[in-house]
Write a protein that binds this ligand. Sequence first.
Ligand code: IMP
Length: 173
Amino acid sequence: MTKLEVLISKEQIDKRVGELAADIRRDYADKDPLLIGALKGSFVFMSDLMRKLNIPVEVEFVRLSSYGAGTETSGKVKLVQGIKTPLKDRHLLVVEDIVDTGLTLHFLLDYLQRRKPASVKLCALLDKPSRRVVDVPIDYLGFTVPNKFIVGCGIDFNEEFRYLPDIYTVEEQ
Ligand code: IMP
């Protein structure tokens, strides 16, 4: 049986995303930023953040895979779908759902840097620092979470629970 427990409520998420949006708006107001989301997990956070930013932005998505079925990362990141839009001299803001080992973002930041953008920064809704394998600089962070498996707000467990508005920890019983 799968047991879910609320870790962060939708009201807390909403408030924090508003605060992040205010910080990003201040830093990017005159920079015509391009938001880069990593599918599928980031799409809910991306959509909430983008609508609170209140400045003109463009969005692109990449699709990366590292998790097979289950709760353990395979450790090998693969690019399933890249970005065709030129990124040269653009100010990129990567929008990620959760940073765990850091391997996915390390791979993505390298992929983006090769396209010679003007700048690359990172915004993550959740950080699970206890499991970090490679260091990644998070410029805008929503919440730090404990070393538990997380679902909700776009984040899944075997494709389930993405639709839940709150953030939960999952326990298999
Ligand atoms: P990393 O490469 O280990 O940092 O993992 C990054 C990706 O793994 C995230 O974008 C998520 O898609 C997925 N992930 C990491 N931790 C969790 C979790 O607790 N629940 C669901 N997905 C997770």
